[in-house]
Design a protein. Structure first.
Length: 646
């Protein structure tokens, strides 16, 4: 990654050496950090939800390069995208553009804080938060640091992610003792109930790190929002104070966007979720009867609900995607319509029903997958029931690729978009020849385009979905606007899942059959999305330093597990270390039904028990250990687990 070309004069303390900063010791807290203003978005913390795993940024290059290449306007949109800045903060990497100074300052604070804590901690203690968790002393078994019952038959769902918020960009590990503790939120996937056996639609945990005092974790809040199901992933506001999700099935055949401003300590028993204090119903954007967020009383919880206003169907597989810059959210439905909502977290929420919205995929009446917005090119990408990739402008104009899959469920997951490279990757469970495949498209592909295809498995696997892959650290640290590295995806060979490295060379995906693979299960089973995380003891990972991890989860292993550390006839979570196009087993552990999508703590770790993965189990037969009599039970569990071996 190239260094930011900018003046340090705005930050007078930056002339301090790292050692001098470290001398501040524990007095250097999250409050030492300066907010970063990116357009109308103020970054004071770091959200991580499903959307951050589907829009990622390779090196955008310098402003000079962009001018010489005639892409200055595009470059400006990239470096001024809050998601780009958030990614660089999470990876402790430098940023180009006007936020370069601020990102460097934040990263220096985090490194100094990490060094200070390291000096106070026994380096041989496995709970030293500065050591990569994969370097713990012990065997290859991944265990859960905590597991909490989500209730009844609850499960976050396959390909669904929890959402985590860290209220600091310089330190992780804010416990319940903080006025703004870090938290992680899970949709439960079950029918909400506020009578009889009460069931929450959505639940959050705080005090989540083993280094926190008292009960770890605690229920931060849990809400009953309606008698429908929150069956898809949630998305967070930039400041972490609100969460949006879709509730489906109440009334039958409909879906409602729920936008929740939560309040700490409401519904702290998951068996007794509470409704938000103030309930508002909004309709179409611009309606005079809509309620603005400014109406929500300070210090209170509020819920704004917006049912699909036009051509509404249920939302079966589409996660809501939020754009921080425009305060806009998009989500698909089961009838092939893409819906747009404005004023979501900052203004007056409402659904847009003019100018061609909701956008109708008239030739594809089946379900749309999750949409992904490319802010650099002001374009929404979504897979449809016809087996095509749709490119949709914010004005509602549609361009469709050629048919590269048979349709749903062959394309029922979000694409992976790199705005800096100008590329879109579509994951297809079964192409027109029956092969699991990845397709690479240019962001401005023409109608009927077939893209570039790499197959990641043999034929006749249409019944086994494949979910999104991820790039490795080599890709992110390529010092060019044409990145080189690998796209790692869990494909399907002979009915069982295998982890494939798809080569990317100077921004071009290698076409044809990818034959090198690592078997993750010998059973005929579905594999989770792949998650990547690189850690380097608080410093930025480069192509030559740091430990790059991949996390993947088959839903079941055979009676004799394929992977050491897994449990026979049970799902498994597996951690690998990446080196070029090869992986080495780092740790594995059995979990009922395997995991949905996994998210990872940032490197900003100053509390024991940070640097963790979070996921929900897919099985209903697992035992959730709970803590102090809370959260124990049998069913789908909310899990926190170490990055690698215990």
């Amino acid at each position: 990654m190239s260094n930011a070309k900018s003046s340090w004069s705005k930050w007078p303390m930056i002339s301090l050496t790292l050692a001098a900063l470290a001398a501040f010791g524990t007095s250097m807290s999250a409050q030492s950090a300066q907010p970063i203003q990116v357009g109308n978005t103020q970054i004071t913390g770091l959200p991580d939800d499903w959307t951050h795993h589907h829009v990622v940024f390779s090196d955008p290059g310098t402003e000079r390069d962009a001018i010489l290449n005639g892409k200055h306007d595009e470059w400006q949109r990239i470096v001024n995208d809050p998601r780009y800045v958030m990614q660089q903060l999470k990876r402790h990497a430098p940023a180009e553009g006007p936020t370069g100074d601020a990102v460097a300052w934040m990263n220096s604070l985090a490194r100094a804080r990490a060094n200070s804590v390291a000096q106070e901690t026994d380096p041989h203690d496995w709970r030293n938060p500065i050591l990569p968790r994969g370097e713990r002393i012990g065997g290859p078994k991944i265990h859960s640091d905590w597991s909490m019952d989500l209730g009844g038959t609850a499960t976050i769902g396959a390909d669904q992610y929890p959402a985590k918020y860290s209220f600091s960009t310089t330190t992780a590990g804010a416990c319940a003792s903080s006025s703004t503790p870090d938290y992680v939120v899970y949709n439960t996937g079950q029918t909400g109930s506020n009578t009889g056996t009460k069931e929450a639609n959505i639940i959050a945990y705080d005090n989540i790190y083993t280094g926190c005092s008292g009960t770890v974790p605690t229920v931060y809040w849990s809400y009953y929002t309606g008698t429908g199901r929150a069956a898809t992933s949630a998305t967070l506001s930039a400041d972490g104070t609100k969460v949006a999700f879709l509730e489906t099935g109440a009334p039958s055949g409909s879906s409602t966007l729920r936008i929740l401003k939560w309040k700490a300590s409401e519904g702290t028993d998951r068996n007794a979720p509470v409704p938000p204090t103030h309930l508002y119903t909004n309709t179409t954007a611009g309606s005079g009867t809509n309620t603005a967020w400014s109406t929500c009383p300070a210090g209170s919880s509020c819920l704004i609900s917006i049912a699909f206003q036009a051509d509404g169907n249920t939302d079966t597989i589409s996660d809501p995607y939020y754009d921080y810059t425009s305060d806009t959210l998009w989500v698909g439905d089961s009838g092939g319509y893409l819906h747009e909502f404005t004023g979501v977290f900052l203004g007056t929420p409402g659904e847009v029903t003019t100018g061609g919205w909701p956008v109708n995929r008239s030739s594809c009446s089946g379900a749309l997958a999750s949409p992904v917005y490319d802010g650099a090119h002001t374009t929404i990408f979504v897979g449809d029931f016809c087996g095509e990739l749709d490119r949709i402008t914010t004005a509602g104009a549609v361009t469709s690729s050629g048919a590269v899959g048979f349709g749903s469920p062959d394309i029922d997951k979000a694409p992976l978009v790199d705005p800096a490279a100008g590329k879109v990757y579509l994951f297809v469970s079964s192409d027109t020849n029956g092969y699991s495949a990845v397709f690479q498209f240019a962001y401005n592909f023409t109608s009927g385009s077939g893209g570039t295809e790499a197959t990641v498995g043999d034929g006749n696997e249409s019944s086994t979905p494949i979910y999104a892959g991820t790039f490795d650290n080599q890709y992110f640290t390529s010092t060019s606007s044409s990145p080189t590295g690998h796209l790692w995806v869990c494909g399907d060979t002979g009915g069982h899942p295998e982890l494939y490295p798809v080569p990317i060379n100077s921004d071009t995906m290698t076409p044809g059959a990818i034959t090198a693979a690592t078997t993750v299960s010998g059973s005929t089973t579905t594999c989770s999305p792949v998650t990547e995380f690189c850690t380097n003891s608080g410093a930025a990972c480069t192509s030559s330093t740091g430990t790059d991890y991949l996390f993947v989860s088959p839903q079941t292993e055979p009676g004799t597990p394929t992977v050491t550390g897994c449990t026979g006839s049970e799902g498994c979570v597996i951690s690998y270390k990446v080196s070029g196009a090869t992986v080495t087993l780092s740790g594995a552990g059995g979990f009922a039904g395997g995991a949905g999508g996994m998210i990872v703590d940032t490197q900003n770790s100053t509390t024991s028990g940070a640097l963790q993965i979070y996921f929900g189990t897919l099985g209903h037969t697992g035992t959730c250990a709970g803590v102090s009599g809370t959260g124990n039970g049998t069913g789908g569990c909310a899990i926190q687990a170490p990055l690698a071996s215990p």
